[in-house]
Design a protein around this ligand. Sequence first.
Ligand code: PEP
Length: 254
Amino acid sequence: MRKQIAAANWKMNLTLQEANELLDSIAEKNIQLSEDQIAVFAVPFPYLLLANDKLKNSKGYLVAAQNCFTKESGAYTGEVSAPMLASCNVGYVIIGHSERREYFNENNFTLSQKVDVCLSNNLKPIFCCGESLAIREGGTQNGYVETQLKESIFHLEASQIENFVIAYEPIWAIGTGKTASADQAQEMHAHIRNVFAEKYGNEVANSISILYGGSVKANNAKEIFGKPDVDGGLVGGASLNASEFGLIIQSLKN
Ligand code: PEP
């Protein structure tokens, strides 16, 4: 089975003390993961080392960054590079979250550069894609998401795609309490897998974990994750609560 992943996106939340408490509460739950399951914690940069330390004895619990810069080093005050993240034992990096696309003008080309710099530093991208409400209402979401994938990822070789996680996050469902239905998620995930299959073949397409993101909560995770092409979730708000996120981890397929 391809990896089933519960990924927490803390965004720009929590003080150091709060981060400590949340990581302790999660570790204390001692939720055992199967070989095919992973829990990923995308914490703010200042907490990466702390998170790695707190989760080091929890098998299958990994740490992610929420972003990285396109360049490897140099005079880019305030930025954080992929080699820096790799040196802090970070496994994954969220690339192209809709908030970065919207507030920091990240476009498909910028994101292709970020993807490249992650891969050349052995960091696995959790690549986000997804349409706005206007696009969904216009019925052109499939083509829109396909273009996002093609313009940022399809320059890569098949062997590099194995290191990818895709997160489908309809913008209209992020932080709004409005979730795509499990069927809407399945429909888009199947489309995404098909787009990968056309370019890279079925074997590669079937090996990619495709996560759903957008108001995933403990009370809807099982239904959404139960769909055949949904391999877990990228979770914002609900990941800030240990009990809630614990239940979401336990909703992964096994
Ligand atoms: C996200 O930030 O990736 C997200 C899906 O947020 P939320 O779960 O709060 O909708």
